[in-house]
Design a protein around this ligand. Structure first.
Ligand SMILES: Cc1cc2nc3c(=O)[nH]c(=O)nc-3n(C[C@H](O)[C@H](O)[C@H](O)COP(=O)(O)O)c2cc1C
Length: 331
């Protein structure tokens, strides 16, 4: 969970509880990724994974971005900031791959696109890791399998945070086909790709995990369930929004980053200013507003990523949560 919630402490605690914690390389500099790996290895010898964002090949329309900035300006002014400059960048993927390839993670996972066959081979050879890709449709699953990945993270529409869609269709709020997790699992299994499937989206307890395992998943991946763990770096405002049940539910929105993501249903998530489909340009454009809102404890203009199961989130040490989940699944 990039953007703060994942910390080396959280990953270590999940590993101590018998789970496979993932470091989140997204948004960080390559130096910060190396530092986090070092901090993790200093406190844990358990296997770990690392997740990387792949850059989008789509570019935002400058006119649409300028218009969005203009529409956001009055809101930004009430928060004492101005919108940031929209810019495309590649999340320093090449430098981060260099860092990861010097380590021995158990799994390297990619989101937002299929890694190229060359990247899969390089990571396999350099690290010995299983390479995984997040997919949201059977077509994406086929593309990732064709690139040679060793596992698929099958992400249902229930998932908190960004959807992993490879190409964001601007005409659809979800950016593409919106498969619920169990339907997607069935559809990807039917594609018969011969790869282990990791189910993710809306899973909060042992019963949910048991259901996806019974539906053919080899493993389950949880995000939101860990947001209020003491070891997580989740902001105080995000924790408060989750724990005080400040909002009725979640919604899919491009308002914060220009890429469909599920978060708590606050005023900006409703996208009153009509964000263009342009990631990461919109991410940079709204960054000052989101930071100012979170710092001021304003729950209406900051993004609070959460999956549909968010109301079940509890404040519980990550090791105890992981142990409890595994016990409830009967593992
Ligand atoms: C706060 C937050 C941050 C996330 N960041 C990432 C990320 O950096 N990379 C990624 O592949 N998925 C990310 N996700 C999505 C998760 O990998 C996973 O698909 C999702 O959390 C599953 O749904 P759940 O939150 O209902 O458990 C994030 C999710 C949340 C809630």
């Amino acid at each position: 969970m990039a953007g703060g919630p994942t910390t080396p402490e959280l990953v270590a605690a999940v590993g101590a509880g018998g789970g496979l914690g993932f470091l989140a390389a997204g948004y960080l500099s390559a130096e910060a990724v190396a530092e986090q790996i070092g901090q993790l290895l200093a406190r844990s010898s358990a296997p770990y994974g690392i997740n990387l964002f792949l850059p989008s090949s789509q570019r935002g329309d400058p006119t649409a971005l300028a218009a969005y900035a203009e529409r956001l300006t009055p809101l930004a002014a009430t928060l004492g900031v101005t919108p940031g400059a929209p810019r495309w960048e590649d999340d320093a993927i090449a430098a981060k791959l260099d860092v990861v390839c010097a380590q021995r993670p158990a799994v390297v996972s990619f989101t937002f696109a299929a890694p190229s066959p060359e990247v899969v081979t390089r990571v396999n050879e350099a690290t010995g890791a299983l390479v995984a890709a997040t997919v949201t449709t059977p077509e994406e699953a086929r593309a990732a399998a064709a690139a040679g990945v060793g596992a698929l993270v099958v992400q249902g529409i229930e998932a908190g945070g960004h959807r992993g869609v490879f190409a964001d269709d601007p005409d659809r709020p979800e950016g593409g086909d919106a498969y619920p997790l169990l339907d997607l699992l069935r559809a990807v299994r039917a594609a018969d790709l011969g790869l282990p499937l990791v189910a993710t989206g809306g899973l909060m307890d042992g019963a949910g995990i048991r259901q996806v395992l019974d539906a053919g998943a080899a493993a389950a991946q949880l995000g939101t369930a860990f947001l209020c763990c003491p070891e997580a770096g989740t902001s105080a405002a995000h924790r408060r929004a989750l724990q005080t049940r400040a909002f009725d539910g979640t919604r899919m929105t491009r308002a914060f980053t220009g890429r469909p993501a599920r978060g708590l249903d606050n005023a900006l998530a409703r996208d009153p200013f009509h964000a263009p489909a342009a990631y990461p340009e919109v991410h940079h454009l709204t960054r000052p507003l989101r930071a100012a809102a979170a710092a001021a404890g304003d729950l209406q203009a900051a993004h609070f990523w959460a999956g549909t199961g968010w109301h079940a989130v509890r404040e519980e040490p990550a090791r105890a949560l992981t142990t409890r989940l595994l016990r409830d699944v009967g593992m």
